[in-house]
Design a protein around this ligand. Structure first.
Ligand code: ATP
Ligand code: MG
Length: 632
């Protein structure tokens, strides 16, 4: 155990020496000439001149010591399948997959779109791309054809990997027709589509000359060995589009060397996973959490990773804890949304399995409200680590770093700046640093540490203009999130800079009001937006999901409940933040990654067009907002 303050200080003041030390955690085919090239700010090139390969580091490097250790356990509660791959077996599958890609003419620098359900083959595809230096762009399997088509046109892939179908909640969801439609819509469709046929969709059709069958090609390449293609450290490894919560998704481009070093370092220091241990990240490979902590992080670190296809509540709300117990999971990672889903379920499932193997549960992706954090901490009796980051950074910006020092955590706070991030809270208009407990925009002084986006794919100008141009007097990376820092140095995220409500000149964060409403014991989830108001500028409107629906079943009951919610806000924040109206719904509109889509809720509440809905998870939720606002 060390001293985190000191570790952090070294990462900033002795930056190059610090990262040179971390870089020893991976294999380099050719050593780097310099740690950082920052000659063209804000573009940072890490480990310049070094050559490495992500797939070599995730697989080949472990064969000597852990060939027979489990590398990947695939579990599907949808199909009932379970399959384990040792490092030796995973290495063989990835070599086959890489040979297939090469046989189709995919080369270093070519893009490959992966549009797949949560199956092992999706991971083979990603690692196979990394092996041959192709750039993967995984598109979440739940996206509709139009969203897929815009990503295809931006990435211009040579080949696309998909499956006949996915499964969700027991229903078969054909993927191939969506792909066909997306390719019709796209201007730059790939030449080839590689289909992993799971025999779920009996109506699967193939386009002659374009569509390829994975199983038969695999048979042709059973004994293939494909040498890793060594990449210069800053050559791209992947493109991933942001969630699109606040606008048009941005193609985040990740490098190779910095990415590998950042992830393995985070596995050791932040996620405290040891080689040989097991990590279960309940997310999707379509999101950055899936890239970093289902695929690359655990495998770079010689761990066993769990790839889970299914919902957290099927066949029942105990399924995750069953997986934890049966696979002796040591470290788990998911989102606050998922925990809130479980919170609505009967509590007995939490105690049905022996989860004493589990040390820590990491939660990220959106604000972790205190009641939810306390609920899961009490139920599981494990460390709950709230960590804050973005698709752009690829690993935490804020987190406690228990691998170095297990500093006490405060509920509602993702603790401190992660090593390597020189953070500043800036006043939104003056750009001056704010004081203790004062609200500011969370920014990072560049260069950003290894692992962060190198640029926006194909658009250096957008990279600089979007992320580094918020303040006139200084070039800092902005997260577009509000935060405060308390006297002990703990950060608190208050929400996104575009999620602010202005009531009669008072600027209120949507998050603060949501947090206050969540303090009512019958509220499971809530979304707060500001709606135009002639007199006050904006008025606070809340949409809440209750735990006990009987308490909103009649108009009288709902009115009473609304009063209670208002009183709760009065008590917590004052009458100025009191919602003008609280609507009760059973579902909130979210992006497919589980983030609240406030911009659409607000648009509907103001009678405007909800705009781009391609990232919306369930249209039924918007319908409820519409009906609630219309008084139906
Ligand atoms: P877009 O940038 O396209 O609008 P997005 O911001 O939702 O999409 P992501 O990169 O998936 O895309 O999400 C990052 C954001 O999620 C952060 O900027 C922050 O708003 C929120 N977030 C992530 N982790 C946390 C956390 N621990 N606490 C609070 N907010 C978090
Ligand atoms: Mg964002």
């Amino acid at each position: 155990m060390g001293n985190y303050k000191e570790f952090y200080r070294r990462s900033i003041e002795g930056r190059d020496a610090f990262w040179a030390e971390q870089a020893k955690l991976i294999d380099w085919h050719r050593p780097f000439d310099s740690v950082l090239d920052y000659s063209k700010p804000p573009f940072a090139k890490w480990f310049v001149g070094g050559q490495t390969n992500l797939c070599h580091n995730a697989l080949d490097r472990h064969l000597k010591e852990r060939a027979e250790q489990k590398a990947l356990v695939y579990i599907s509660s949808e199909t009932g399948q379970q399959q384990t791959y040792s490092y030796r077996e995973l290495h063989a599958e990835v070599n086959r997959f890489a040979a297939i890609l090469q046989s189709q003419g995919v080369e270093k620098g070519d893009r490959v779109i992966v549009y797949m359900p949560m199956i092992a083959e999706a991971v083979f595809a990603m690692l196979a791309c990394a092996r041959i230096g192709a750039i993967h762009s995984v598109v979440f399997g739940g996206f509709a054809p139009a969203s897929l088509a815009t990503r295809i046109d931006d990435a211009k892939p040579k080949l696309m990997v998909t499956a006949d179908a996915g499964m969700r909640g027991g229903k078969i969801i054909p993927y191939k027709p969506l792909v066909d439609e997306a390719l019709r819509l796209a201007q730059f469709p790939p030449e080839k589509v590689l289909i992993c046929d799971r025999s779920l969709d009996k109506q699967l059709t193939r386009v002659e000359g374009r569509d390829l069958d994975y199983a038969s090609l695999r048979e042709q390449h059973l004994d293939a060995t494909v040498a890793p293609v060594w990449l210069e450290s800053s050559e791209p490894s992947y493109i991933l589009y942001t969630s699109g919560t606040t606008g048009k998704p941005k193609g985040v481009q990740r490098d190779t060397g910095g990415h590998a070093v950042a992830l393995i370092a985070s596995m050791r220091h932040i996620y405290t996973g040891q080689p040989g241990e097991t990590m279960f990240t309940a997310s999707d490979i379509g999101w950055v959490v899936g890239h970093s902590y289902i695929v690359y992080g655990p495998l770079l670190n010689g761990m066993t990773t769990i790839v889970y296809e299914g919902l957290p509540i099927r066949p029942d709300a105990g399924i995750w804890w069953k997986i934890v117990a049966e696979n002796q999971v040591n470290v788990m990672f998911t989102s606050p949304t998922a925990i809130r889903v479980l919170k609505k379920q009967p509590p007995e499932y939490l105690h049905k399995y022996d989860v004493s193997c589990l040390r820590s549960l990491y939660l990220a992706g959106e604000p972790l409200d205190e009641p939810t954090a306390r609920w899961i901490a009490d139920a599981l009796q494990v460390n709950i680590v709230d960590n804050y980051w973005q698709t752009e950074t690829g690993w935490p910006i804020l987190s406690s770093v228990p691998g170095i020092e297990d500093t006490p955590r405060k509920f509602g706070s993702p603790s401190f700046a992660a090593y390597g991030f020189d953070l500043k809270l800036l006043h939104e208009s003056t750009g001056q640093e704010v004081g203790v407990n004062e609200k500011g925009v969370l920014t990072a002084v560049p260069p950003l540490p290894p692992g962060c986006l190198s640029t926006v794919w194909g658009d250096d100008k957008r990279f600089v203009e979007t992320y580094f141009s918020s303040f006139d007097n200084q070039q800092v990376y902005t997260t577009f999130d509000w935060a405060t820092q308390d006297a002990d140095g703990y950060y608190f995220i208050l929400g996104r800079t575009d999620d602010v409500i202005n009531v009669a000149g008072h600027r209120l964060g949507t998050r603060e009001i949501e947090e206050a409403i969540s303090a009512h014991n019958n509220i499971a989830e809530v979304a707060v937006v500001g709606v135009h108001d002639e007199i006050k500028g904006q008025a606070v409107m809340a949409f809440a999901v209750v735990k006990d629906p009987s308490r909103t079943a009649t108009p009288e009951a709902a009115a009473l409940m609304e009063k209670e919610v208002m009183a709760t806000v009065d008590k917590q924040l004052g009458a100025i933040a009191r919602p003008a109206k609280v609507h009760f719904v059973t579902l909130l509109p979210k992006t497919r990654s589980g983030k609240l889509l406030r911009r659409s809720i607000q648009a509907i509440a103001e009678g405007r067009d909800p705009g781009d809905l391609t990232t919306l998870d369930d249209v039924g939720a918007l319908e409820q907002i519409r009906n609630a606002v219309a008084g139906k």
